[in-house]
Design a protein around this ligand. Structure first.
Ligand code: HEC
Ligand code: HEC
Length: 221
């Protein structure tokens, strides 16, 4: 079997003689190869939401829905402002169903769809951005700098120190997922999620993988 692990950047590690380490490295090759970016769903545009959901009524004027493109019908609605219209779309109003009948649409989704319909009907609104959208995932290196390094750079309270190859190999020998899970839930003097409640599971994985690789990668001479 080849020792090359595609995309993980640690293929030059000599691990042949240590089966447990090889197992651990194989496990981490997976998150490396596939990355974690798919965890962040793309934000849907107002146009795509309107064309998929809202047109069911707003194209034909079903039940008195203001028709997309009907400037007069939308002029009156528009005068209420996006906040009010958005609220009516969330709650429903008269024959307009709550969330346009699609509970999966968030309030910012609805506001973008409304903005699209208004703009197709003589308006000039700017599509709002989704404030609730998850921020871009932080990298392992960023998280370690921001938090994990507080203990893992110094080895405070028995934290496996970054650079201590044996310590990390021992921890990870039981499987990377286990170690990540114990980092998420906390263990001994290690606080859950390293003490930062908003760290996602994917970010925890990235931070652990980063510390592990930093500790086991061959030293640059
Ligand atoms: C099942 C039909 C139906 C669907 C689907 C639908 N609407 Fe409506 N909508 C209506 C009707 C009917 C009205 C007119 C309600 C009234 O003013 O009596 C309306 C009115 C509105 C208004 C004006 C509210 C106001 O306060 O004047 C907005 C904004 C709106 N819809 C947004 C949306 C959005 C966004 C979607 C898609 C996510 C959507 N609607 C999907 C039927 C629908
Ligand atoms: C307040 C100090 C502290 C901070 C901050 C901290 N850790 Fe730890 N960590 C520890 C200690 C202490 C241990 C050893 C716990 C034990 O095994 O008893 C540990 C152990 C671990 C382990 C090994 C768990 C196991 O099952 O062997 C992982 C993984 C880990 N930390 C990840 C992280 C990550 C990721 C962060 C940053 C998001 C972080 N830690 C931040 C103190 C800390």
């Amino acid at each position: 079997m080849s020792e090359k692990l595609p995309n993980c950047g640690i293929s030059s590690l000599r691990i042949g003689a240590m089966p447990s380490v090889r197992g651990a490295l194989m496990t981490i090759a997976i998150p490396f190869a596939f990355g974690i970016s798919h965890a962040q769903a793309a934000e849907r545009s107002g146009e795509s939401i309107a064309k998929e959901v809202c047109v069911a009524c707003h194209k034909t004027g079903e039940k008195g829905a203001p028709i997309i493109g009907d400037k007069e019908a939308w002029a009156k609605r528009k005068a209420q402002g996006l906040t009010n219209l958005g609220q009516h779309a969330v709650e429903g109003i008269r024959n307009m169903p709550a969330h346009g009948g699609n509970a999966g649409l968030s309030s910012p989704d609805l506001e973008r769809a409304i903005t699209y319909m208004v703009n197709q009907s003589g308006g000039k609104w700017t599509e709002p951005v989704n404030k609730a959208a998850p921020q871009k995932a932080r990298t392992g290196a960023q998280l370690v700098k921001a938090k994990c390094g507080d203990c893992h750079l110094t080895g405070a309270n028995g934290a496996p120190k970054i650079g201590d190859r044996d310590a990390w190999v021992n921890r990870v020998s039981g499987g990377l997922d286990k170690v990540i899970a114990s980092g998420i839930h906390g263990r001994g003097a290690m606080p859950p999620r390293g003490g930062l409640a908003d760290i996602t599971d994917a970010e925890m994985r990235a931070a652990v993988v980063y510390m592990f690789t930093e500790s086991t990668a061959p030293k640059k001479k």
